[in-house]
Design a protein around this ligand. Structure first.
Ligand SMILES: NC(=O)c1ccc[n+]([C@@H]2O[C@H](COP(=O)([O-])OP(=O)(O)OC[C@H]3O[C@@H](n4cnc5c(N)ncnc54)[C@H](O)[C@@H]3O)[C@@H](O)[C@H]2O)c1
Length: 305
């Protein structure tokens, strides 16, 4: 039995990762400050250390006895990070450096961490490969890119195996629909399920690459399995399939058996029109790819599968 530390493990993605590790017989320790995470997302067998990922003592305490770290703690909301610039920076970038340093000092324990597709900014149409220039447009994206740079330094200067991931739009059970900062699928699904109208900003023809949380977990596990071979690199987590917001609303409507009422608000300044990832690098170097089609993932989200 190997023990892994998951920072941010009480959150949406981290709790699914914890389930997968437990299922294969591993032991899990979680470090979380409970800002958005919930203890109830995790199995009772998981040891939860309440603390901040930017606190070196908390991280080095939690890391003891672990063979690998999944660093997922983050303030996942772009809007929140724009409004709380320094706070976001402390968690999203200083937190990453804190984890890398603690892992290096604890004996070069490999670190798999979540960056974000936000590092690309508005990269335009067409599949975005990891070689596309990065142009973050938000504090969140800047801190994620900063974390990647430090991840590469961790490898180049300190010999630490770090593998970064740039998830596109993740969805699945346990994504909190009550948060104004939550993902579009959980918000639309919640409103359509309650028969409420949904608001799209602009014409609704914006496109996104929606990836189901179980697929995300398989990318993260593949990153850890190949941590030495892939050290210092970053990979997209995406499907390579594109969906417009109006299509998404249509699918959710079908699954709920209703025709949703769509309201159009003003297009939001800074909103990205198209976001589609190229999954080739993770497939060829890590053997990881997304398998769950959107309809299937949504039906699991609705508890129908
Ligand atoms: N959900 C997405 O679509 C998406 C897309 C790209 C990247 N990501 C990244 O993936 C990671 C996980 O995202 P998620 O959707 O599960 O978010 P989440 O909010 O559900 O989980 C984040 C967890 O981190 C914890 N946390 C926040 N600040 C902390 C701090 N200072 N110290 C310790 N713990 C802290 C929260 O309490 C929560 O449990 C984040 O780094 C996020 O930026 C998510």
């Amino acid at each position: 039995m190997a023990r892994y530390l998951i920072t941010g493990g009480c959150g949406f993605v981290g709790s699914h990762l914890a389930d997968a590790l437990l299922l294969r017989g591993d032991d899990v320790v979680v470090l979380d400050n409970m800002s958005t995470g919930k203890r109830g997302n995790l199995d009772a067998s998981v040891r939860v250390v309440e603390g901040d990922v930017s606190d070196p003592d908390a991280v080095s305490g939690a890391i003891k006895g672990c063979v690998g770290v999944f660093h997922l703690a983050g303030i996942a909301s772009v809007a929140y990070c724009n409004e709380h610039w320094r706070e976001g920076h402390l968690t999203n970038q200083t937190g990453s450096v804190t984890v890398f340093e603690a892992a290096a000092r604890a004996g070069h324990i490999p670190v798999v961490y979540t960056s974000s597709a936000a590092v690309y900014g508005d990269a335009g149409a067409g599949p975005i490969a990891e070689t596309r220039p990065t142009r973050p447009m938000t504090a969140y994206g800047a801190d994620k890119l900063g974390s990647e740079l430090h991840g590469s330094i961790a490898h180049g200067v300190h010999g630490l195996s770090t593998v970064g991931f740039r998830p596109f739009n993740i969805y699945g059970p346990r994504q909190d629909p009550s948060s104004a900062y939550s993902g579009v699928i959980s918000i639309f699904n919640d409103r359509i399920g309650r028969g409420l109208p949904v608001t799209v900003f602009g014409d609704g023809m914006q496109t996104r690459d929606f990836v189901f949380v179980a697929d995300v977990v398989s990318f993260l596990l593949a990153g850890m399995a190949h941590a030495d071979a892939a050290a210092g690199q970053v990979f997209n987590i995406c499907t390579g399939r594109t969906t417009t917001l109006l299509d998404l609303i249509g699918i959710l409507g079908r699954l709920h058996g209703i025709t949703p009422e769509v309201r159009h608000g003003e297009a939001r300044v800074g909103d990205i029109r198209d976001s589609l990832g190229d999954p080739a690098r993770a497939a060829s170097l890590l053997g990881a790819s997304a398998h769950v089609p959107l309809e299937k993932g949504l039906s699991i989200l609705l508890g129908r599968d």
